[in-house]
Design a protein around this ligand. Sequence first.
Ligand code: SER
Length: 621
Amino acid sequence: MSTSMISSKELRQKYLDFFKTKGHEILPSASLIPENDPTVLFTTAGMHPLVPFLIGEKHPAGSRLANVQKCVRTGDIDETGDLSHLTFFEMLGNWSLGDYFKKEAIEWSWEFLASPKWLGLDKKKLAVSVFAGDKDAPKDEESAAIWKSLGVPDDRIAYLPKKNNWWGPAGQTGPCGPDTEMFYWKGLAQEFPPAGSNPENDEDNWLEIWNDVFMQYNKTKEGKFESLKQKNVDTGMGLERTLMVLNGKADVFQVDTFWPIIQKIQDITGREYIESKEVTRSMRIVADHIRTATMIIGDDRGIAPSNVDQGYIVRRLIRRAVRHGRLLGLKENFTSHIAEEVIRIFGDIYKEVARNKKFVITEMAAEETKFRDTVEQGLKEFEKLVAGFKIAFEKTGQAVKEISGKQAFKLYDTYGFPLEMTQELAAENNLTVDVTGFNDAFKKHQELSRAGAEQKFAGGLADHSEMSTKYHTATHLLQATLQKVLGPHAIQRGSNITQERLRFDFTQPQKMTAEEIKQTEDLINAAIKKDYPVSWQEMPFEKAKELGAIGLFEDKYQSLVKVYTVGDTKQKAEADPKSATYSREVCGGPHVEHIGTLGKFKIVKEEAVSAGVRRIKAILE
Ligand code: SER
């Protein structure tokens, strides 16, 4: 283990430098909010924005890629508070798109971890796991042999089932495969691992820091695993965990992208991080949740707290942080002060959070104030409920173990308690909550069912079905048409696609008139009737701009971008790039080949989202 401290800045740079020496192009972090993927609310891994390329689209930057990606995993929300689980984290990743495979991936992982020239971690404290094999795929002897050839002893190689050593879409279709994971000895009780210890038989003492996935299968709708033509590598290393072990810290909250936040919480509360188990846990939850909420609100597709989709997660994170702040004794608004610290830490790495600082601070403070108005009363209401249960038990001898759906809904609706917060409070009192009853009560009041949103929290890959692809192409037509009808200011602010509809947010100061809506539909349907072909070209970023291609241009550091054109054949577009087109947009794909297949385009709703932003929902009939 190296003796000097290594900072987050140095680690990010080392990782990217290392993979540059292995011929990788460096990509910027994509947005935390996936653009055209109905199956997830957030970007959960670096591979996520790369799914089209993992299943065969050509990536303009080549077949070896690496980056540092902002990730949010809401599935880990309940585990937050322990040593190493986080809802926002930075993932260091490298990818082979049908280029190198197991041998290079594993050798480079080992070189980066163990070579004194790079991280210089003590080989005696490293262990790995590989896939044990099952009916779908064989035991990964190949990876095990590569590890052994590098000098990893037999007893440090664990063979584990799909649950541990397989990565891909949970219960969905798409690219997936066995993985091999790397672990570092936590060494809580002793400095070096005893002989025979590995992540299989001594799980608690090993911390996973890196995962190399070998995407060699495609899971079909029928649940079959077919061999992929293009064999990919998808790796992900946790920045915070790696920093923790490199610097000999006891938990991820003591690395430099967290510790100043904890210090700020110590200052505000006058308490000590290590005061008691409860204080440590609450401080970790506040730090993690406000860090995550700041990064989501501060994204360039920034999301404000609300009752649906990503906005609901932001609300839940802030409200849970407020409750834990209250447990630490905080009675006044504090979240925006912590958000400022988060922005100070990340502002020069993810420049958008610095740019969007005002929005973050305003939204954070507004959400906290809104919740503070009711939280005290809500907690009293909750205590009354629990007291009532006790009285009922004394009277009848019947123990009440469950908070009814109606009661949980009242806490939600009247006092702003997210269901999960009521569940957490219930658990602290050895009670459960009738979630089905809550959902029934909820559905009666709201158009969107929480169950629908819940499915998206599970994570996984996009289902690139035919219908999603059609809606994706329709979204390009819509943006181009809105700019024709309303003017060039009508640029995309957000997009979301399901199998049933598209949703598109765009800059527009006032409500669209009935005439403008009809004109938009008519233009799109006329284009569909002409059955324009869709083609794409790779070009330098500057050229795409020159040609007037629309797009977020978040890939501006990439040398080449992919530009989709509707209205010209590939040949024609190449021969005369300025020739008349219907739409030209920077995009990764996928899209239909001819728009005649889209059917009839219909706008079903046009509404306000926030000041200056309108939302269209449209269907293809
Ligand atoms: N996608 C894999 C993971 O998230 C490797 O990056 O672990």
